[in-house]
Write a protein that binds this ligand. Structure first.
Ligand code: BTN
Length: 248
């Protein structure tokens, strides 16, 4: 089934990722189903953070997928798939966004979308994926958070349903691309071409120390290749933090 043919619309949920997980546990959800909530009371972000969105203003949803023969070793492709899909839809609206490794979507160094991908694994294969996406559409105030919405950038109120259907189409088209080597390489190239800070000298906290580095690439395992003092090295998420001028 294509992504988004089946949409479960909720007025309120703790977290659409949690809702999808509960349905999956009870075998009540099919591949491609989208769980969408007008409001999340315990929206979750990466690294145990909360995800806040004013009721009804933004898109908060999760896509449930049941891939066949998807190796754990390829899990970074899921990040690529979701982040490139968001970037493409923003571009349709004339918004040029970047991907802050691994999967924050930024415009002018402010967060416009976040992705929380949760997998269940069986024998080195990913057999279920819950890809949670929060996209700031119409919210205007973020109470001191370093965030921005499509409406902040474009002015006026956007039709959330139109944004949703473009995003589900992009997610569906790009999901198909993951099934061939050639097209998944195209997606990866798109990811790298939108990578925030690529080939720029920036300050990072690397293994607890402030250092200058240049992002060169992200490898197939999702590790960030940072060149520090002319030496490229690969880092995971626990080892590197970006430094921004404004609070994040
Ligand atoms: C992040 O950038 O920290 C990830 C944010 C992910 C938020 C989305 S909103 C829909 C889905 N349900 C959740 O509880 N979280 C994700």
């Amino acid at each position: 089934m294509s992504i988004g043919i089946n949409i479960v619309r909720l007025d309120s949920a703790e977290s659409t990722n949690n809702f999808a997980a509960t349905m999956a546990k009870d075998c009540l959800i099919a591949h491609g189903t989208v769980i969408l909530a007008e409001e999340q009371t315990k929206g979750r972000g990466q690294r145990g953070n909360q995800w806040h969105a004013v009721r009804g203003e933004n898109l908060t949803f999760s896509v449930f997928l049941k891939p066949s023969a998807f190796p754990i070793a390829s899990q970074f492709q899921l990040t690529v798939w979701a982040s490139v899909s968001i970037i493409e839809v923003l571009l349709e609206y004339g918004i040029q966004a970047t991907i802050k490794w691994p999967n924050d979507v930024l415009v002018n160094e402010q967060k416009i979308a976040g992705i929380l991908i949760e997998n269940s694994i069986d024998q080195l294969l990913i057999n279920e994926v819950i890809a949670g996406i929060g996209l700031n559409v119409n919210q205007l105030e973020f109470n001191g958070l370093n965030a921005v919405s499509m409406s902040n950038l474009l002015g006026g109120k956007l039709n959330k349903e139109i944004v949703l259907s473009s995003l589900l189409k992009a997610l569906n088209d790009n999901w198909k691309k993951l099934s061939s080597k050639e097209t998944s390489a195209d997606l990866r190239a798109a990811y790298l071409s939108h990578l925030f800070g690529k080939d720029q000298l920036r300050e990072f906290v690397i293994d607890g120390k402030i250092q200058n580095g240049i992002i060169r690439t992200v490898d197939d395992n999702g590790l960030l290749c940072l060149e520090v003092e002319h030496m490229p090295s690969f880092f995971d998420l626990k080892q590197v933090q970006f430094i921004f001028q404004s609070a994040s």
